[in-house]
Design a protein around this ligand. Structure first.
Ligand SMILES: *Cc1c(COP(=O)(O)O)cnc(C)c1O
Length: 407
C-alpha cells in the first residue's frame, strides 16, 4: 500500500446491519416463504407510513421503481422528460428505456434542479420532470409542482438519496397538504451504499391507487392477478398477461432486512446529521473549501456529505485531493460525473438545449466524504484532520504570502 498511514482504511461507505436484520433474514429462510410475501407486504405498509404516502410498492431497485413509474405514466417515444445532469445514470437510462428523450436542465446553488432552468426548457413535447434530491437535500419542489400544474406535466421524484429527508415539514413522498402539491410517484433506493439498505432493493410510492395498480401489474410480468378472482371457477392456476411487464418484485429475504433498517432510520439520520455538523464546523474557517448547503426548506437526511473545493485557491485539483485522502487511508467518491460526460449520452446530451454550465463547473470541485452511522469519533476526526492538513499544504495563498513577506 502506498499510503502514509498505518491506521485502518476508512471506507467511503459501510452498512449498518444489526442482529435484528440477521435474525429476521434467518426467520424468513426458516419460514419457507422466500419471494414476495408477508414480509414484503409489511415492509410496504411501514414504509408508506414512514414517508406519508398512501401506497407503496416494493421493487428490486430504484432503477426499477423509476422505470415502472415512467411506464405507468404512459411516457413514450417523442415525449421529453426534464431532469438534472448531476445524477446517477439510472435516472436518464430509465427515461431512455421508455423511448422518451431526456432534457437536462441546470442546477442551482444547492446542486439540485433549478426550477428557472426547468421552465426555460419546457417545450410542447415536455411530459414530465424527474428531480433528484442530491445527497439527501430536498429539491425546491413547490415551484416544480406549480410548473407541472401549469404545463400539464407529470412529476416523478428520484428519491434514491432521500429516505428520511423532509420538505417543508413533510417527508419526501408525502407532498404538501395543498391541491396539486405532490408528485405522481416517488422512487427510493435500498442499494448497498444507500442510507437504508436491503443489499439491492427499492420502493415506489404514490397517492394514486390507479397508478399503484398499473405499477404492480408491470412489476410482475404484466400479470393481472385479479384474473384469479374474475375466473375463480378456473382455480388458482389461472392468470392473464394484460401488459408487457418486467420482473421487478422484491423478495421477502430483502424485505426482512428493510423492515429493521426502516425502524432504525430516524436514529441513522440523527447520527449522520451529527457527523455532518462536525465536518461543517471543522471546515467552516477554511477558505479553500465550501461546506455543503444546509437545508433551508426542511430536514436534510445527510445521505452524502459533498464537500466543494475552492480549487482556484488550491495548488491541487480534485483528483489529486482524492488521492491525498486515499494515501491517508480515507475513501471518497464523487457524486456525480455529469450525464453529458458519459460516452453513451454524448449524442443527445451534447446538444445546446442540454447545456448545463453550472453543473459542469461544480463537477471538478466536488468530493463526497465518508458519512455513515457506524463511523467512530476517531474516524470522523481523522477525516477532518486529513482535509485540514491537505488544504494547509496545498494553499495557494501561502506561497503568495511568503513572497510578500520576503519583499
Ligand atoms: C443509486 C441511485 C439510483 C439507482 O438506485 P438502484 O437502487 O441501484 O437502482 C438512482 N438514482 C440515484 C440518484 C442514485 O444515487
Amino acid at each position: 500500500m502506498s499510503g502514509i498511514t498505518s491506521e485502518p482504511f476508512i471506507p467511503f461507505s459501510r452498512t449498518s446491519i444489526g442482529e435484528e436484520e440477521i435474525r429476521e433474514v434467518v426467520d424468513t429462510l426458516r419460514s419457507g416463504w422466500l419471494t414476495t410475501g408477508p414480509r414484503t407486504a409489511k415492509f410496504e405498509a411501514e414504509f408508506a407510513a414512514y414517508v406519508g404516502a398512501p401506497h407503496a410498492l416494493a421493487v428490486n431497485s430504484c432503477t426499477a421503481a423509476l422505470h415502472l413509474a415512467l411506464r405507468a405514466l404512459g411516457l413514450k417515444s417523442g415525449d421529453e422528460v426534464i431532469t438534472t445532469p448531476l445524477t446517477f445514470c439510472a435516472t436518464v437510462n430509465t427515461i431512455l428505456e421508455v423511448g422518451a428523450t431526456p432534457v437536462l436542465a441546470d442546477i442551482g446553488g444547492d446542486g439540485n434542479l433549478d426550477p428557472k432552468s426547468v421552465e426555460a426548457r419546457i417545450t410542447d413535447r415536455t411530459r414530465a420532470v424527474v428531480p433528484v434530491h442530491l445527497g439527501g437535500l430536498a429539491c425546491e419542489m413547490e415551484p416544480l409542482w406549480r410548473l407541472a400544474a401549469r404545463h400539464g406535466l407529470k412529476v416523478v421524484e428520484d428519491a434514491a438519496h432521500a429516505v428520511g429527508t423532509h420538505y417543508r415539514g413533510f417527508p419526501i413522498g408525502a407532498g404538501l397538504p395543498a391541491e396539486g402539491m405532490r408528485s405522481d410517484a416517488v422512487a427510493y433506493s435500498f442499494y448497498a451504499t444507500k442510507n437504508l439498505t436491503t443489499g439491492e432493493g427499492g420502493m415506489v410510492t404514490t397517492h394514486d391507487q390507479g397508478m399503484l395498480e398499473k405499477m404492480r401489474v408491470l412489476s410482475l410480468h404484466g400479470i393481472d392477478k385479479d384474473a384469479w378472482n374474475r375466473y375463480a371457477e378456473k382455480g388458482k392456476w389461472f392468470y392473464e398477461v394484460v401488459d408487457v411487464g418486467y420482473k421487478y418484485n422484491l423478495s421477502d429475504i430483502q424485505s426482512a432486512i428493510g423492515l429493521h433498517q426502516l425502524r432504525k432510520q430516524e436514529e441513522f439520520v440523527r447520527r449522520r446529521t451529527r457527523i455532518a455538523q462536525i465536518y461543517s464546523r471543522a471546515f467552516a474557517d477554511i477558505e479553500e473549501v465550501e461546506v455543503p448547503p444546509q437545508a433551508t426548506n426542511g430536514r436534510h437526511c445527510w445521505h452524502l456529505y459533498i464537500l466543494r473545493l475552492n480549487t482556484h485557491r488550491l495548488t491541487m485539483n480534485r483528483d489529486e485531493f482524492v488521492e491525498e485522502l486515499r494515501r491517508r487511508g480515507i475513501g471518497t467518491s464523487v457524486h456525480f460525473i455529469p450525464i453529458p460526460m458519459h460516452p453513451a449520452y454524448k449524442e443527445w446530451a451534447g446538444l445546446p438545449q442540454n447545456h448545463c454550465p453550472r453543473a459542469m463547473a461544480l463537477y471538478p470541485r466536488i468530493v463526497s466524504l465518508p458519512l455513515y452511522p457506524s463511523m467512530m469519533e476517531r474516524e470522523v476526526e481523522r477525516v477532518t484532520d486529513a482535509v485540514r492538513e491537505i488544504v494547509r499544504r496545498a494553499r495557494r495563498g501561502r506561497a503568495r504570502y511568503r513572497g510578500a513577506a520576503a519583499s
